[in-house]
Design a protein around this ligand. Structure first.
Ligand code: ADP
Length: 412
């Protein structure tokens, strides 16, 4: 008995069949109805939807046959799939050299007549099986019956195409989910990266103050130069630096936990004054002359004062750093505050070389022109000011230093 040769692109064909995930699935009414109708209309005892797997043909639906599968070597359908666009019709298998000694002809179910219409997948155009009718009597199929069988095969094929489309959609959905997981993971990583950068940037200032103040206290201790007034100021500053560090960590914790910061009515002048006191040590060390030109009456805003102080600290320290190469006698930091219509405006100007990057770039995270910079300070400032429904911008002219302008809505 000559076995049907394997189709040329058999691996692709098998891939298309397996991709449907249909093999060994339970029977389904829609396929069962098709074989029942095929048997009735073609007047045969058996009708099958047969799928040709690697070593077997497996029946998605079978009418008049109990077997769920038979070896591929005996399958008439394995021959039928060689010409995917034509029906294979065997009028009398006993007299057909391809099938005369086939065990399905010489024994149960004693096939004589076979008519099979190949079923082809939509995307790969691969013949994966047939809708076939079988009889144990040699016979013919009328034109009408062949037409009906072809229409039913089209329906079976449509069901398979539907399954194919559903499968593809599920695969795409799965891929989309994977991509979403990956994006979420990258988002978390980038958030973690930003947080690490923010912690190391922001904690630098209070840690520097803590270490410098404690070093001064140590020197005073060694020289036994304790003076009540001076030590209590230094200890006060140490406590301020510790509390500033604590506030930074609280803000970060709240940011990660998505807790909105607590706002209250505060005076911008008071925040600026506290910042000047807080940075007194660094100011003297950097030999910077601070010129305060604050509005005479309180400038009330609805804000989180710790956050606004964080902004001021960042801008002051940037200015100190920018003026590093300027003659000490010319290092000046001008801080002005005023009310303009419904806004409170603060300007911080230095006598450094001015901005080397566009102001947009300066506020972008990780953009820095400093060898040991992180490029986080201004992006943190802009995020905080945005949370206060305000705006922050920078301007500079070469040789005339940089000016940072903050505008906040006046407390109602
Ligand atoms: P970093 O200080 O770590 O560089 P920032 O976000 O605070 O990060 O600043 C970003 C960049 O903006 C700085 O690298 C610098 O080029 C510029 N910049 C910020 N403040 C000033 C200033 N007062 N004068 C000149 N350039 C400044």
């Amino acid at each position: 008995m000559p076995e049907a040769p394997l189709p040329l692109d058999e691996p692709v064909r098998l891939g298309a069949l397996r991709g449907l995930d249909i093999l060994d699935t339970p029977s389904e009414g829609a396929y069962d109805d098709i074989v029942k109708l095929a048997a009735e209309l073609c007047e045969t005892p058996i009708a099958l939807i047969s799928l040709v797997d690697e070593h077997r043909q497996w029946f998605k639906a079978a009418h008049g046959l109990d077997a769920k599968e038979t070896p591929r070597a005996f399958a008439f359908c394995a021959h039928a799939i060689h010409a995917p666009t034509e029906p294979l019709i065997v009028f009398n298998a006993e007299q057909d050299p391809r099938f005369s000694d086939n065990p399905l002809v010489t024994g149960e179910p004693n096939i004589r007549f076979y008519a099979g219409i190949p079923l082809v997948t939509k995307s790969d155009q691969q013949p994966i099986g047939t809708l076939c009718v079988i009889s144990d009597e040699a016979r013919e199929l009328s034109d009408e019956q062949l037409k009906t069988l072809t229409v039913l095969a089209n329906h079976a094929e449509k069901l398979l195409h539907l399954r194919e489309a559903t499968k593809q959609l599920m695969n795409q959905q799965f891929e989309l989910q994977q991509q979403q997981h990956e994006l979420a993971r990258l988002g978390r990583l980038s958030l973690a990266g930003e947080l690490v950068a923010e912690v190391s940037h922001e904690m630098g200032q209070p840690l520097y103050a803590i270490s410098a103040l404690s070093a001064t206290l140590e020197v005073m201790n060694e020289q036994r130069g304790w003076e009540y007034g001076r030590t209590s100021v230094l200890i006060g500053r140490l406590q301020e630096a510790c509390s500033h560090a604590g506030q930074i960590l609280t803000r970060l914790r709240q940011f990660v936990r998505n807790v909105p910061p607590e706002f209250e009515t505060c005076d911008v002048n008071e925040i600026l004054g506290t910042t000047v006191e807080f940075l007194d040590f660094q100011c003297r060390r950097n030999e910077v002359d601070i010129q305060l030109n604050l509005a005479s009456s309180p400038l009330k805003v609805h804000a989180n004062s710790a956050h606004l102080q964080q902004v001021a600290v960042n801008l002051f320290i940037n200015a100190f750093e920018a003026m590093g190469d300027v003659e000490p006698s010319e290092r000046a930091l001008r801080v002005t505050s005023r009310q303009e219509d419904e806004s409170i405006v603060v300007e911080i100007s230095d006598s450094g070389p001015g901005l080397k990057v566009s102001d947009e770039a300066a506020f972008t995270a990780f953009r820095t022109t400093k060898a040991d910079g992180l490029g986080m300070g201004l992006s943190i400032c802009s995020r905080i000011i945005e949370n206060h429904s305000g705006s922050i911008s920078a301007s500079s002219r070469t040789g005339e230093g940089a000016t940072f302008r903050i505008e906040l809505p006046k407390a109602g």
